[in-house]
Design a protein around this ligand. Sequence first.
Ligand SMILES: [Zn+2]
Length: 383
Amino acid sequence: MWIKGKLFLGEIVEGCVGFDRRIRETRRECKPDLKLPEDSLIFPAGVDMHVHLRGLQLSYKETVASATSEAVYGGIGVVVDMPNTSPVINSEETIKLRLAELANHSRCDYGIYSGVTKENVDNMPIAGYKVFPEDLEREEVERVFSSPKLKILHPEIPMSLRPGRGNRRLWQEIASLFLIRGKFHITHVSNLETLRIARSLGYTTDLTMHHLLVDGERNCLSKVNPPIRDITERRKLLSALFEADAVASDHAPHSSWEKGLPFEVCPPGIPAMSFTLPFIYTLAFRGVLPISRAVELTATGPSKILGIKAGEIREGYLANFVILRKDRWRYSTRYSKAIHTPLDGFALDATVYGTIVEGKVAYLEGHSYPVRGSNVFDETGRS
Ligand SMILES: [Zn+2]
């Protein structure tokens, strides 16, 4: 199959890309199989390395199909899911259970992190491990630390950061960065100090858009872990757009009755997976970020951290593309079961016209198609 338009190949050039499940060739001229509008811009699809797809016993909040439909609506081709599902993913048995669910229902490519396990599951097709701060005291964490796989940590302890709920200092949360070693990635950094220390220790980092944009924790809709910082911290965090290795959504949907509970007891989480990529490209279209930086944050950066052949329009890489147009719209979710986010109504200049996942049209012109994604960490049977 061939598509034609303005392609991002390090810079934007007129051309064609030919692909099946993987990218086979780029050239100047072709007869495209899919007619795209004249002004279409073709970029590598987004890679969101931190999501909570829910499903299993949490399907009342979100299902794998609704979450991954939301992903392709937001230009995302690969999602990597966190293990704090119900049941928790932290054994060979639950990893198999989760991978089977995703194989049946995911509408984009995927991967999963395991929690800290008792048995060695390094040979299973997982992206790596999520180490929660409380795991750092467990014996099994030693084995996970020595695993060659990626480990993800968030050092920011939520209880210590929410005003009036404790008085831990920044240095105490940052201290956990010094308890770790190996191939670590520090996720959803919400302040610049953590980001700079993590980077100086050789770890990669990502940040979420809500930590930049949402104005404080006003109600349960904007309650999230780690909490939104004050305006001074948020402004400082803008520099992270030039320093972090990736952006991630931390898509964390809950049912509307849960979000309607009193603030003190309602569950934290913001479900705006489809916001990240259009927002980053909006910044690029407005000249705030170079286009190459937008591609790096949304696609190339996370792919490199995960060690997958995706996130670039390059021969042999996954044929995952996002087709963008410069067109103003106001943000809202579309397929997620979570219909309210604190970013609703935000004006964006980048519209996702289509998303292609492993050569198949997963989303086009306002319609999602139930394509089957695959586990990008499973090399068996891949060409
Ligand atoms: Zn999360």
